[in-house]
Each structure stands twice: as structure tokens, then as C-alpha cells.
Design a binder for this molecule. Structure first.
Ligand code: GCO
Length: 451
């Protein structure tokens, strides 16, 4: 009997994303995405790797669904590749692209698993980037048209949707730091991209609801628990500013219709973001749930006035007290508890779904072909205990999605970082359920975490 039982009907799921697992990068009429272009350019991805084949899910999705069913998952989070649906990002829909996602959704439904799609997990049609990308205001309308078209096609069999995955990450990494596609490094471009993405989010939400008012629509926001590096007022104040910047720049406009004060101070950012009269009324959306992607905490120290964020190679992330994953990320379950209770307290107790949480460990098959990834089991046990405690303290969490079902393409890191409950052989792409997958199946079966 599980020591920590979760509420009846709690979803036990796993998450993936189109560019990271599908492959079939140019098959059946799919258009080029910014990640195809970025990963094909030398020097952008470790070991020159790319997602041309990835886990070959485009051809092997039935295996993935069968594994999800074998693990007893009740929910499968995946993403829809915009360039498979509209190769140039606008106009005519590619029927073969829709056919792929219909087949995936039907296989999940047949397996008794909730299909839980994200409309955008970073693979923008390259043609739209060539036209200016997310800094361009009119991309918001293009995205809403795409969202409406997919909803019309799949809304009869998919009830729960996410609009974006981690808007703060893909705008910062893609347009400010240049470490992700499309590899641009421009503070003005980043600020305009933030606002276009917020507008795209609101327009898409309302367009989808107009197609079917009974859909449940949210977004997978990336959050981190911002804590002061040292116990002093300056660091505590800096941690508060960073929290409002990274954690509220999207959920704030969406749920409150306003940017957090760090954007309004001085006025320049709102003008630089091209925020116009009436925009924020379009952005505001009463989401049916808030998706929470979280991995660790962030320790913040007060920086000198002249600190230039855009010049930093990477933003602050994680501390040094906890154990580190193979990716160097601090294991800190308290971060998830703190973010869940913050959301419950500050946003009027919204419905929450953990849409991503997981860890990278490189454990591979032993001589018997068994992957004994006990560190991953310890990671999940600790974070699930934190979720359970947050639920006990009032957070309305309805589901948990392990990142990831499969070892997959980890963006600029290529395939070196392995997050899967399932090992994917680098040559054959054959799948092997890891010990952590077996453990997670037990959690799902018992609706709770072991003693
Ligand atoms: C993200 C993305 C995932 C990552 C995962 C591990 O948060 O960057 O949603 O695509 O692969 O989080 O970094």
C-alpha cells in the first residue's frame, strides 16, 4: 500500500515534444522548422547532433503508446509540430501532418490514455522566422489561426490542451541569449518577442474556445523557486525582482491582464515591447489550468547596477547544497513545493498540472540489459513527496507528467542528456523500460508513492 496516496482521479503521465522525439523532419510535406535550421548549422548543437530522426516516433509512435499503456499511464503529453500542419506557417493545412496526429490521438484513446497536446514546443516554421519571427506583432495572428485550425481538426477527440511550452525559455534562449533556435542575441528582439507571444497566447486561447467552449485549455509555464543567495535584504529584494521577471512575465499578463512591476518600472520595457492600447485585454485568459514545469531552484544575489543580463552566457540556475544530476542541475524538491503553494496563494488557487519534472542521468543497460537508474527513482520520490505535501497544504494539483517518457534530443546538448523513463538505443532507437519506469508504473498503479 502506498505510503503517500494522491487524490482519486490524479493523472499519472509522461511528457515529450515533437522536435525532440519525432524525426521525420522533412517527411510527408512537413515544412522546415527553426530547430531544423538551427541544428543543421555547425556549432549550435553538441556533437553536431540534430532531430532529423531523433527517437523516430514519426514511424514508431505505436511503440511509444504501447509502452505508456504498459506503464499504466493515464495521460500522455506530446506536442504538435506547427510545420507539419502548415509547412510555411500559414494557409493550406498539410493533410498528412494532421493524419499523423489523428493516428497518435486515436492510439492513445484506444489505450485509455488522455491525449494531452501542446500546440507549440519551440519548432516555429522557418518561413515565419524568415519573416521576422516572434518579435513580429503579426505572428500572434498567424499562431491563433494555426491553433484554431488544429482545434477544429482534433477538438472532437482531444479535450485538454496546452497552448505554449515554457514561453519564457524559448523567448530568452532564442532571442536574448541565442543558445536555442533561432540563435538571435538582441534585448529589443527578446522584449518584442515576449509581448507577441503573450498576445499569441490570448488570441489562440479565445479562438480555441470559440471553436469548442468545453475544451480545457492551459499552458506549460516554466517556473523556478527564486531564493536569495545570502541572508540579506539586498539579495532578498533581488530574488523578488527575479521571481517577478522569470515567473510572472507570462502568467501575470494571462491571468491578471498586466505585466509585473519589473516590466513597468521606468516605462522603457513596455514601450520597447510595443505594448499598445487594448493589447492586454486580448492577452488576458481565464485558463482552465496552469501547467507547471519545474526542475530546481534559483539562488539570486544582488547585482551591481551595471549588470548586463544580455551579456551573460546563461541565466542563474540552481544552488550547490543538493545533489547534482548529470546535467549539473541541483536536486531540490522544496522548489516544487514552494512554487505550487505560491501559485495556489497568489493566483486564487487555480487548477494545476505538473506538466514537466524530471532529471538527466546517463545510466545505461548493464550486462543483463537492465537500466538500474536508482538515482532517477530517488529524484522522483523526493519531488512527488513535495507535490503530495503541497496538495495537503491546499494546492489543487490534478496530475503529474514525468519529463520524459523517452531519452530524447535535449536541444543544444544533443542526445548526451538522458531524461527518459525509457532508454532509447542511440543506433537502433529500440526502447528499453528503465527501472525508474517500472517504479513509476507502480506509483501509477497504486496512485501513490511507496514507503
Ligand atoms: C524544457 C523543455 C523540455 C526539456 C526538459 C529538460 O524545459 O527545456 O520543456 O523540452 O527537454 O525540460 O531540459
Amino acid at each position: 500500500m502506498a505510503r503517500l496516496r494522491f487524490p482519486d482521479g490524479f493523472h499519472w503521465g509522461a511528457a515529450t515534444a515533437s522536435y525532440q522525439i519525432e524525426g521525420g523532419w522533412n517527411e510527408d510535406g512537413k515544412g522546415e522548422s527553426i530547430w531544423d535550421r538551427f541544428a543543421h548549422a555547425p556549432g549550435n548543437v553538441k556533437n553536431g547532433e540534430h532531430g532529423d530522426v531523433a527517437c523516430d516516433t514519426y514511424h514508431r509512435f505505436a511503440e511509444d503508446v504501447a509502452i505508456a499503456k504498459e506503464l499504466g499511464l493515464t495521460s500522455y503529453r506530446f506536442s504538435i509540430a506547427w510545420p507539419r500542419i502548415q509547412p510555411s506557417g500559414r494557409g493550406v493545412v498539410n493533410p498528412k501532418g494532421l493524419d499523423f496526429y489523428r493516428a497518435l490521438v486515436d492510439a492513445l484513446l484506444d489505450a485509455g490514455i488522455r491525449p494531452f497536446p501542446t500546440l507549440y514546443h519551440w519548432d516555429l516554421p522557418q518561413a515565419l522566422e524568415d519573416a521576422g519571427g516572434w518579435p513580429e506583432r503579426d505572428l500572434a495572428g498567424r499562431f491563433a489561426d494555426y491553433a484554431e485550425g488544429v482545434t477544429r481538426a482534433l477538438g472532437d477527440r482531444v479535450s485538454d490542451w496546452m497552448v505554449f511550452n515554457e514561453p519564457n525559455v524559448f523567448t530568452a534562449c532564442g532571442y536574448l541569449m541565442g543558445i536555442h533556435a533561432p540563435g538571435r542575441r538582441s534585448l529589443p528582439d527578446f522584449l518584442r518577442a515576449v509581448h507577441t507571444v503573450n498576445r499569441a497566447h490570448g488570441l489562440a486561447f479565445h479562438a480555441m474556445k470559440a471553436v469548442r467552449g468545453d475544451l480545457r485549455i492551459g499552458t506549460a509555464f516554466s517556473f523556478t523557486d527564486c531564493q536569495p543567495a545570502c541572508d540579506n535584504d539586498a539579495d532578498a529584494s533581488a530574488a523578488g525582482r527575479w521571481h517577478r521577471f522569470v515567473n510572472e512575465m507570462f502568467i501575470g499578463p494571462t491571468l491578471r491582464g498586466a505585466y509585473p512591476d519589473v516590466f513597468r518600472e521606468g516605462g522603457a520595457p513596455l514601450e520597447a515591447m510595443d505594448v499598445r492600447e487594448g493589447d492586454l485585454a486580448e492577452v488576458r485568459a481565464a485558463l482552465d489550468f496552469v501547467g507547471v514545469n519545474l526542475y530546481t531552484r534559483t539562488l539570486i544575489e544582488d547585482a551591481p547596477e551595471d549588470a548586463n543580463l544580455g551579456a551573460r552566457p546563461a541565466l542563474p540556475f540552481g544552488g550547490n547544497e543538493g545533489a547534482k544530476t548529470d546535467f549539473g542541475w541541483e536536486v531540490w524538491p522544496e522548489a516544487l513545493y514552494n512554487v505550487l503553494v505560491w501559485l495556489a496563494r497568489d493566483f486564487d488557487n487555480p487548477v494545476l498540472e505538473i506538466t514537466e519534472n524530471g532529471c538527466s542521468y546517463g545510466d545505461g543497460p548493464d550486462a543483463d540489459g537492465v537500466v538500474r537508474d536508482t538515482r532517477r527513482i530517488d529524484f522522483y520520490r523526493g519531488y512527488l513527496e513535495a507535490v503530495h505535501r503541497a496538495i495537503g497544504d491546499g494546492a489543487d494539483v490534478r496530475g503529474y507528467h514525468a519529463w520524459s517518457l523517452l531519452d530524447n534530443f535535449e536541444w543544444a546538448e544533443g542526445y548526451e542528456q538522458r531524461f527518459g523513463l525509457v532508454w532509447v538505443d542511440p543506433q537502433t532507437r529500440d526502447r528499453t523500460i528503465k527501472e525508474s519506469g517500472r517504479w513509476y508504473a507502480q506509483v501509477a498503479a497504486e496512485n501513490g508513492v511507496d514507503g
